[in-house]
Design a protein around this ligand. Structure first.
Ligand SMILES: NC(=O)c1ccc[n+]([C@@H]2O[C@H](COP(=O)([O-])OP(=O)(O)OC[C@H]3O[C@@H](n4cnc5c(N)ncnc54)[C@H](O)[C@@H]3O)[C@@H](O)[C@H]2O)c1
Length: 347
């Protein structure tokens, strides 16, 4: 029988716990250690999963001969911790965003190339079963992402890093909306340029709690991103993709409308088809709009499985470092446009 892969987690906060649950649900994986600079947090998680706690990452890496390390620390530390783990010889799963600056991302890619380990960045919604069904169709004309969420002041006050440029790297875009931005650009294709406004209207924080961006995709289609954490009490995320051969609407990670021309047996009237729905029957799960700690495990489990497949078969994970760079580039372009009041072309 193949040996189970030995996993360790760096960062035992909200998402670290979810990684522990996801790893321990997989027959091919074994969680052996967790690390946090706050020793009580490492101890608490270690007690739940019967593994060894560490308060020093280097010590965990030196002692545990880990095959895979999950980096679940604040966003602006992902690069430092991922590079430490890669240099220690481990494959690495990094939470989103990959990092918050281009320089840190380039360094991660360089170290990954140099060490030859596998690197994946969590973008769990790419693994949602409904989203996996969507394929490009016809001439795409419009792609929108709407993220009207609520986060209280207490949420931002719950960690000194939240809502800061230095460690969160941004606000509602870099933290909450990166999932929808990644899925939008994955389905619609690369973004060529952006023009944006951002503001901080509701919370005491450095970074933005509301943002609107106009997008031009490389294929010529137009699009928008509208996002806030100031929309009490928080409603569902919506991703829309429209073209001359179909329309797709994804609400809260589930397909709520799908109509493709290739499935039509009769011509649609010159005025369109109205609101007839072809939707998935997937049951509703917990929504991250309401509570990030209530995130469904399923898609994280599928992404970790994809990484295990890449390690075992010497393949490439679906969301490697190069793929994970794109949504961060879009967000950095939006920040630049909001700052300079200019359209920003992405390279
Ligand atoms: N995929 C998702 O849906 C999702 C959801 C929530 C958070 N996240 C991401 O996960 C990351 C963590 O978010 P969170 O909400 O769990 O934050 P958190 O503050 O709850 O947890 C972060 C933990 O990292 C620890 N830490 C900080 N520096 C460390 C160091 N040098 N060594 C060891 N541990 C250290 C902190 O003590 C803290 O316990 C962020 O990048 C966030 O964007 C992703």
């Amino acid at each position: 029988m193949t040996k189970k892969l030995r996993f360790g987690i760096i960062g035992c906060g909200v998402i670290g716990r979810l990684h522990a649950e996801a790893i321990t649900s997989l027959p091919d994986a074994q969680l052996v250690a967790v690390a946090d600079i706050i020793p009580e947090l490492a101890q608490k998680l270690a007690d739940t999963f019967h593994v060894t706690p560490y308060s020093d990452i280097q010590e965990m890496l030196a002692r545990e001969q880990l095959d895979v390390v999950d980096v679940c620390t604040p966003s602006g530390q992902h690069g430092e911790h991922a590079c430490q783990a890669m240099r220690g010889g481990a494959h690495v799963i990094v939470e989103k965003p990959m990092e918050i600056s281009r320089a840190a991302i380039e360094e991660m890619l360089r170290v990954q190339q140099e060490t030859g380990v596998k690197l994946t960045v969590i973008s769990q919604h790419r693994f949602d079963p409904d989203i996996g069904q969507v394929r490009a169709f016809g001439r795409l004309v419009l792609g929108n992402a709407l993220v009207p969420w609520w986060r209280s002041q207490a949420y931002y006050d719950s960690g000194a890093w939240r809502g800061t440029w230095e460690l969160d790297g941004g606000g509602v875009l870099m933290n909450q909306s990166i999932h929808s931005i990644d899925v939008l650009q994955w389905l619609m294709g690369p973004v060529k340029s952006v023009f944006a406004y951002t503001d901080t209207l509701v919370h005491r924080m450095e970074t933005e709690d509301v943002a609107v961006a106009i997008l031009r995709f490389a294929n010529g289609a137009l699009g928008t991103i509208a996002a806030t954490t100031g929309a009490y009490p928080g409603t569902g995320t919506r991703i829309e993709m429209y073209g001359d051969k179909g329309s797709v609407v994804i609400e809260d990670d589930r397909l709520s409308y799908l109509h493709l021309a290739r499935d039509d047996h009769e011509e649609v009237s010159p005025y369109g088809a109205g609101r007839e729905q072809r939707a998935s029957s997937a049951p509703a799960g917990p929504s991250a709009a309401q509570n990030p700690a209530a995130l469904a495990l399923r898609s994280h489990v599928l992404q970790i499985k994809d990484m295990i497949r890449a390690i075992r078969k010497n393949g490439t994970p679906l969301v490697d470092g190069y793929a994970a760079k794109h949504p961060v580039e879009i967000i950095l372009g939006i920040y630049e446009s909001a700052r300079t009041h200019r359209e920003v072309t992405l390279s």
